[in-house]
Design a protein around this ligand. Structure first.
Ligand SMILES: Cc1ncc(COP(=O)(O)O)c(C=O)c1O
Length: 298
């Protein structure tokens, strides 16, 4: 098409159909698989995770995808972060270093545990915090770092993990925007003590709202599960105590059903996004005056 006048100036529009959007079916991969699993939940009559199997199957699917022993589904990414921070069992007033460029959910998780967020600056090329900027914020009260992998790009984790080891700090990875992103051959969420994901509508896979905490440490995993279920140690006959203050962040079976179907398609959905991003990137790079996003480890 020969464009002589831009559409904004009255020329003929090149594209007349709207672009796909995350906010409706045009930009999502929701279909028969989700409907089938949802119908199974409805037919079973068990909409609560403790009486069903779908949320648990979603957890297993993610644990297998990432190669970690523990995955625990909750109601949002914010809930996942709150659960992860609570699992660390820190003292009121302790500090957690995180990114100033993130969703409020990252910071809410810290504040809700009576902890103090402090902010490391970001690398202007990637928008992610780095070992150098984190080091400047470490104080005698610092106990943990929440690393945000912004816009799907992993933060430079090896120096951050080394710094954390040196100062005995816990590391939580906020992978809300980075499903299946990998850093030097390791999936994000599997490098720190705990990894947190969001399944909110705009994320790579969605359950409308939803979230997941993953990890390798059994004690942290148990505490995370208890925290998200009102501190209730289920499965011990006769015991209905509440071991410590927790929330009800239990994912429902309805979310679990959609999430399980979405998890089975996730690798394909991410691969398609990468192809689209790659071709946009090439075109942006070839356009004078535009600089594509910087990729740290291509
Ligand atoms: C980086 C980041 N952290 C945390 C969250 C919070 O997730 P949710 O909206 O599912 O509570 C989001 C999602 O918006 C996010 O992008």
């Amino acid at each position: 098409m020969d464009i002589t006048e831009l559409a904004i100036n009255g020329g003929t529009p090149y594209r007349v159909r709207p672009f796909p959007t995350y906010a409706n079916a045009s930009g999502r991969s929701l279909g028969d698989e989700e409907k089938q699993l949802l119908a199974e939940v409805i037919d079973s009559g068990a909409l609560n995770r403790n009486d069903g199997s779908k949320a648990v199957a979603l957890e297993r699917a993610w644990a297998e995808m990432l190669g970690v022993p523990y995955a625990h589904a909750v109601t949002s990414g914010t809930a996942a972060l709150h659960t992860a921070v609570a699992a660390l069992n820190l003292e009121p007033g302790d500090e957690i270093i995180t990114s100033p460029i993130t969703d409020m959910g990252t910071v809410i998780a810290v504040l809700a545990c009576n902890l103090v967020p402090t902010f490391a600056d970001v690398d202007p090329r990637t928008g992610n915090i780095t070992a150098t900027t984190i080091a400047r914020q470490i104080s005698s009260k610092t106990r943990a770092i929440i690393v945000v992998h912004l816009f799907g790009q992993p933060a430079d984790m090896d120096p951050i993990l080394a710094l954390a080891r040196q100062h005995d700090l816990r590391v939580i990875e906020d992978c809300a925007q980075a499903h299946l992103a990998a850093y030097q051959g390791r999936f994000v969420g599997t490098m720190g003590d705990l990894g947190c994901f969001s399944f909110q509508q705009s994320k790579q896979m969605t359950t409308g709202d939803g979230g997941l905490v993953v990890g390798r440490d059994e004690a942290l995993a148990i505490r995370a599960r208890l925290f998200s279920d009102k501190g209730w140690p289920r499965g011990i006959p006769g015991l209905r105590g509440h071991l410590f203050l927790g929330m009800n962040y239990r994912m429902t079976e309805l979310q679990g059903a959609v999430g399980l179907a979405q998890a089975r398609k996730l690798a394909g959905m991410v691969a398609r996004r990468r192809r689209t991003a790659g071709s946009l990137r090439e075109r942006v790079a070839a356009t004078p005056g535009l600089i594509p996003p910087h990729i740290l480890h291509p």
